[in-house]
Design a binder for this molecule. Sequence first.
Ligand code: LLP
Length: 416
Amino acid sequence: MHHFHYERGRLCCEELDIESLVRKVGTPVYVYSRATLTHHFAVFDGAFSHIPHLTCYSVKANSNVAVLALFGALGGGVDIVSGGELFRARRAGIEPKKIVYSGVGKTREEIDYALSEDILMFNIESRQELEAISQRAQALGRTARIALRVNPDVDPKTHPYITTGMEKNKFGIRVDEAVENYRHAMTLPGVDVVGIDCHIGSQLTDTAPFVDALKRLRALMERLRELGVSIRYLDLGGGLGITYADEEPPHPTEYAEAILKEMEGLSCTLIFEPGRVIVGNAGILVTRVLYTKETPTKHFVIVDAGMNDLIRPSLYGAYHHIQPVVLGQRETRTVDVVGPICESGDFLARERPLPQVEPGELLAVMSAGAYGFSMASNYNSRPRPAEVLVDGARYHVIRHRETWEDLVRLETVPQT
Ligand code: LLP
C-alpha cells in the first residue's frame, strides 16, 4: 500500500500534484510519502505488538535524517553499519538504547564512538572484532553489550549480490564455530554477552529461509543455555521483500506469524532490522525526458537521472516500474530509458514498453525509496538530487539539491 496515485490523469503523492511540485524543486528529485512511511513502519512494528520486540529500521536503506527522525518518533530504533550512520541516528534523536551495530569492518574510531554513546548492542562478525571491542571497552572503562552474528548458511534465493547468510559470504561467524566463540566471549572482561544475531539477505519473497535460519539459531540458543549463556536479545535482521514488478512477498503479518510460530517457549526480546519493506515503496524518483533518439535497433529515452542517482538497475539488473507523471492517450513503444552518464551500463530500464514520451515530459521511477538516494554518487561530477518529504498537501525539502560548488568543496590544489 502506498500513497502515489493518479488523479484526473496526473500523478500525485498524497494530496500533492507531482508536476507542480517539480516546478518548484526541479529534477531529478526523490519524493517520499510521509503517510506511506508511517503506515509501513506501523504495520511492521504492529505485527509483533503482543511480544517484546524492537524494530530497528536499517539506516542504509534510506539514511535521510528526517526519515530517521520520523521512525524515531514512532518508537523505532535503528540498525547501523558505520560511524556515519550512528551520527545520523543521533542527529535524528534516536535513543542509544535502541541502536544495534552490525558490519564486518568496524574501525577503532567507530567502536569508540559507539561505546561512548552506550548503544544497545554490537553485532559481532569475527573473532578479531570480538577481541578488539572487548579491548576498547576495557580501555575506555565501559562494557560493550554484544551479540554474535551467526551465519546460518541458508539460501535466501535472492540476487547473489544481496545474499548474506550463506557460507561463502563474508558475514557472521559459522554456526559450528559459534559455541566456541560464545565461550570465549564469556571470558572477556570488556563485553557482556546479551544476544544472538543473523541477517540472511535482502528482498526475500518467501518466509521459508527466515524460518530455516531461526530454527538453526534456536538450536544454538539451547546449546548456549546448557553452557550458562543466557540470550536476552534475538536479532533476526531484515530482508523482507517488496513488490517491484510482480513479486508477491509475504505481508509483514504473515512474516510475523511464521516467526512467532518458531518462537514458542523462548523468552527473549526480538529485534528486527527492516529496511526496504518500510521505505522501498514509499519513494519515487522523478526525472525529466531530455531527448529521444532512434537507432535502427533501439528507441532511447534519455532522461536527466542516471546510474549515479539510482544504481539498482545498472548494478543488479533490478526492475523499477516507470510511468509518465501526466497520463495521455498515446501509443506504446519498447524503449531503453537511459541517463546522461558516459557508460553503456547507465540505464533505468531496458527493452521496456512505455507510452510514447516527448522531451520535457516527466517520468516517475517507482519503488525508489530504498537504496536509491543512499547509494547515489557524484559520478560524472553530477550533483546528487534533492529529497522531498510530502505530508498531505504540503512538502518539505529534506535534502537540498547539491550544487557544483558542493562538488569541489573538499578539494584543494597543492601550491607548487
Ligand atoms: N540488517 C543488515 C545487517 C543488513 O546488511 C541489511 C541490508 C539490512 C538489515 C536491511 O535489509 P532489508 O530489510 O532492506 O532487505 N543495495 C541492495 C540491498 C543491500 C542490502 C544490504 N543489507 C539493493 O539495492 O537491493
